[in-house]
Structures are given as C-alpha cells and as structure tokens.
Design a protein around this ligand. Sequence first.
Ligand SMILES: Nc1ncnc2c1ncn2[C@@H]1O[C@H](COP(=O)(O)OP(=O)(O)OP(=O)(O)O)[C@@H](O)[C@H]1O
Ligand SMILES: [Mg+2]
Length: 322
Amino acid sequence: MTSTYAVLSEGLEKRFGSGDKAVHALRGFDLAVPEGTVCGLLGQNGAGKTTAVRLLTTLLKPDGGTARVAGHDVATQPQAVRRNIGVTGQYASVDGDLTGRENLHLFGRLLRAPRGRADELLERFDLTGAADRPARTYSGGMRRRLDLASSLITRPAVLFLDEPTTGLDPHSRNGIWEAVRELAREGSTVLLTTQYLEEADRLADDVVLIDHGRAAHHGTPAELKAQIGSYAEVVVTEDAGERALHAAAMVLDRLTGARPDVDPERRTAGAVCLDPQLTLPRLVRELDASGVPLADASLRPPTLDEVFLRLTVTPSPTEAAA
Ligand SMILES: Nc1ncnc2c1ncn2[C@@H]1O[C@H](COP(=O)(O)OP(=O)(O)OP(=O)(O)O)[C@@H](O)[C@H]1O
Ligand SMILES: [Mg+2]
C-alpha cells in the first residue's frame, strides 16, 4: 500500500533545544497523503507546520519516527527524496538582485532542468511582462508566484508549499490557488500549510489539523465542517440586564453543549455549535420561549480559533519537553 502514498509519516518527533528551554515541536506526527491529491495542513502559529514540512523535505532530521516521500525514506534516502520534490518556503527564497528570468534560469541550471522550462513557467505564472526586472521590484504576490515557479522547475512529483498565500491580496491569492489546482489536475501531489480554513476548503482534498505537534483531526473539508457546525451568537436588548444575558447563555448551553462566552459590554453570548441541525429559526424560538429580550441572533461559520478550541483536546503547551 505504501507506494500509493506520496507522503507517509509515522510518529515523527522533533525537539529544539534541550533542558528547560526545549520545545517539543512535533509529538508523534502522522500523515498520509495519497498520490495525486492536495492535502491542507491547517494549524495556528507554532502548531508545527513548518517543522513538519522541513522534516519531510529533508531540511531537518527527525528525532524519532519515520517518513517516506515519493517512496523514499527521508532519513536514509534524502537525495532521492530531494530529486522528487519541490519546496516553496514560508519566506520567499528568490534573489532580489536578479531578474525573474535570471532567478529561474539559475534554478534551472542548478537542477539541470531543460532549457525553455524557465520561459514556460514565466508564461504560466503571468510573469512574462516583468521577467526582465529585478525581483526586488516585484509585488508580494509576484514574488510568491516566482517562488512557486522556481519550485516547479523540475516538475516535482510532490510539491510542498508552506503558507503560499499568507499576506497576499485576494487577487494574488486566487492566482496561487489556480496554479495549485492546475498542478493537481496534472497529477502532482501537493502538501500545503495554511492558517486559513477557507484556503484548505477551496484547495484540499483532505485537511489535517495540526495542534501542538500532533495531527489532531483529519478528513475532507466537508467532513470537517460538518463536525464543526457553526458559531451561534445572541445579542440582548440594551435595557436588558445581566439576568437576560444569563438566560441567553443557558439556552445556548442547552442547544450547543458548549460553555458560552458571555460579554456583558457587548451584551452578547455566543457558543460553538457542533450540531449541524441547529438553525436560526430554532435558536430564535428557543430564546423566545425562555423570555430572552432579543436584539439580534446569528449563526455564522466558526473561525479557525473556534474550531481549534472545540476540536482539539490537547492541553495548552507547557513547551518544556514532556
Ligand atoms: N529552529 C528552531 N529553534 C527553536 N524552536 C523552534 C525552531 N523552529 C521551530 N521552533 C518552535 O517549534 C514550534 C513549531 O514551530 P513551527 O515553525 O513548526 O510552527 P508553524 O506551525 O509553522 O507556525 P507559523 O504558523 O507561525 O508558521 C514553535 O514553538 C517554534 O517556536
Ligand atoms: Mg510556519
């Protein structure tokens, strides 16, 4: 079965530093990405996304566990792994003093890519017009596209993208998304990290939530969203007192099974609801029945933070190595 997975890791461990200051960045990280699929690795700052990518791309050595990428072991066959992958890091690696074209030609020569590949990529990433300008004059989105182009110079079987769209405007983000989709259509396997639920939703066949160095949840975006449900928020009227807010919180508690967040200043009570059956009419009916003086009520998609709070059970990291 192994050969059908482009990326397969088991029990990956990584610690940085030692003693009191040690950071346990990966704690038994498991991942299985079938060939030809896009996997979204979703996690908050410091969850371990970049560390996972660095281990899988042989830039770092694991302290424990195993991983195979494109059929090769990252620890014992790093050269073979490198020949089969492309990597775009969280921070762009293009040389600002070189033009876009020179950057790609340089990568092409280093990696012995066929001549002409650079021009093909410039065209594809909409950089032909700017190809002969120094890359330092590029916008953030153009740099990111150039970076992505340089990681594709050898047509890698597996592509790793570490937060490819963080900080980009919607237009540039769409450009990157389109490129990733096209790669997937051509049969490449893509592992991308992101902090955006929406990005994972749009691009990924499978989503893995990484939390404190562990894969906390995985499934298709639809499965994940079905588990998450919604965030229900209630606003009580201005003249209503603490009691009304308390009554609203009780209703939310009963409907969602979660302890509501109450904000007396904004006169709101809110809670993450895992039940996809909860509808706005039902919420309003229940609030009415309990006599809550309602100014507003809403159900909205949860934020990533809310998803994590609800779906991850890991206690907050004490960081010191366990
Ligand atoms: N070289 C290093 N030395 C010490 N600690 C490190 C090092 N690299 C990462 N860490 C720590 O390991 C943990 C995981 O970091 P990592 O960069 O993998 O997170 P991330 O999910 O990529 O976060 P972000 O969303 O901010 O990019 C963090 O606590 C981080 O401080
Ligand atoms: Mg990172």
